[in-house]
Design a protein around this ligand. Sequence first.
Ligand SMILES: Cc1cc2nc3c(=O)[nH]c(=O)nc-3n(C[C@H](O)[C@H](O)[C@H](O)COP(=O)(O)OP(=O)(O)OC[C@H]3O[C@@H](n4cnc5c(N)ncnc54)[C@H](O)[C@@H]3O)c2cc1C
Length: 352
Amino acid sequence: MIDYLIVGQGIAGTLMGYFLQKAGKRIHVLDNDSPRSSSKHAAGIINPVTGRRFVKSWRIEDLMPFAHQTYQNIELEFEIKVFHHIPLIRTLYDQKDRNNWMLRITDPAYEKYMDGKADLGSYEGQLHPDFSYGQTLQTARLDMPAFIAHFRKYWEKRGEFSISQLSVEDLDIQADSVRWGDLQARQIIFCEGSWGKQNPYFNYLPFRGAKGEIMEVAIPGANFDRILKRKLFILPLENGNYWVGTTNTNWFDHEEPTEEGKAELIEKLQAFLKPDFEIIGHHSAIRPTVKDRRPFLGHHPEQSRLIIFNGLGTKGASLGPYWAAHLVDHLLKGADLDPSVDIRRYPYPAPA
Ligand SMILES: Cc1cc2nc3c(=O)[nH]c(=O)nc-3n(C[C@H](O)[C@H](O)[C@H](O)COP(=O)(O)OP(=O)(O)OC[C@H]3O[C@@H](n4cnc5c(N)ncnc54)[C@H](O)[C@@H]3O)c2cc1C
């Protein structure tokens, strides 16, 4: 018998597996290998100050140092390179934007995250003119696809990973364990991303889902070495191409990439980038967003062997490590869950 069966190997399932195994627990990880996994298409940007009003991300003082430390520890432990410190430049569209930016910098709570002077580096001369730019400090990027691929290979070699779709109807929930086929585990952790809302045990939670489309482009002659944000991000990839994204919509009737999404990305990119580009790929995925924008952690109210870790929304790279470790502390040491992420903040069953 293993300790934990983990369902879903995006960033959520991967981090759960990592922390549980580090604590000496026996795990098995399942993933259905969907090309629409959010983590397979995420830019993996960790950005402490976001939005048009330049506001610090929720709990960033706790989340960001923990995320940096976790990814750096993993790099050392497994001798991989997946985490990159990278400057982020953002457009300030007008004088009001600039004033707001400069005002924030004078706030001691923000000064370590923002700089009034932005160095455009190799973007210099390659952009259509904008009013001004600001630079966000302490930004970083997790190469999420490589991170996940690394752990998949590692667990595959150890016989701890299978490609499989788990249907909860096939679970045999017993007094001391849960059985799924030949696998018997003390508990199951569902890390199903946007598919979580189809899980009959957890679909009472207010899942939302926000579709994002992205492109991979080649820009001949370009050598950009930082992230630029102007309505969308342009981000250098290890293969010499650029990740360009993203669209963001809560209303969609399918998960596939669309011509409208592609047209929107092209238009926004052409609005600021001078050089021609070639589209290498166009992808889409559904972010596991949640009504109150806080993760879902905890046990099913009636079936305590069933556990959820989900709701990482638009920020899996920064939220994932801290809240995965928090859930592991709860499972292994009995630590209380933070009420802001505990699924008991929602009534069960959901009111009609
Ligand atoms: C275009 C785009 C850009 C983004 N950019 C960023 C960014 O810059 N920074 C950032 O932090 N976040 C970003 N995100 C958000 C980020 O992708 C998510 O926060 C994160 O990846 C969610 O991870 P997850 O593991 O919860 O879900 P997922 O990555 O979707 O993983 C869930 C996995 O579970 C599998 N699965 C589901 N149900 C089952 C089942 N029953 N049986 C077997 N397998 C199952 C799925 O196939 C999938 O592999 C972006 C998202 C998108 C779409």
